[in-house]
Design a protein around this ligand. Structure first.
Ligand SMILES: [Ca+2]
Ligand SMILES: [Ca+2]
Ligand SMILES: [Ca+2]
Length: 122
């Protein structure tokens, strides 16, 4: 079954990270396709675990952190991340997305996407 996610982290993955593994044609922003899941499924067992999901989102944030200071500001994210998603990740609203904020939001998004609660997105 294909999981359709309308979640901040998933949309982020589409808009910023996994697009690199795709052809130029951008997919609909809210659809996670089998190809996207395969790209995140580092163990290639056909399911995306929480660890794999958090790792993929974290990797994307590292790629957004242009000055490599460990936090992503709106200046760094603009054009790659919708403002509403930036704000969703920036839990303490200080204008910087930090690794703990990424992890917390990614886990929340994973839990929301794992509709049958089997610990995997598939
Ligand atoms: Ca896996
Ligand atoms: Ca930065
Ligand atoms: Ca913050």
């Amino acid at each position: 079954m294909r999981t359709t996610l309308t979640l901040a982290a998933a949309t982020l993955a589409l808009s910023a990270g996994l697009a690199a593994a795709q052809d130029a044609a951008a997919p609909a922003a809210t659809d996670i396709t089998d190809a996207h899941l395969a790209a995140v499924d580092s163990s290639k067992d056909g399911a995306v675990s929480e660890n794999e999901f958090v790792a993929a989102v974290t990797k994307i944030f590292r790629s957004l952190d242009a000055d490599a200071n460990g936090a992503v500001t709106w200046v760094e994210a603009e054009g790659k991340l919708a403002r509403e998603h930036f704000d969703a990740f920036d839990a303490n609203k200080d204008g910087r997305i930090t690794p703990p904020e990424v992890e917390t939001q990614a886990k929340a998004d994973f839990a929301a996407g794992d509709q049958d609660k089997d610990g995997a997105l598939n």
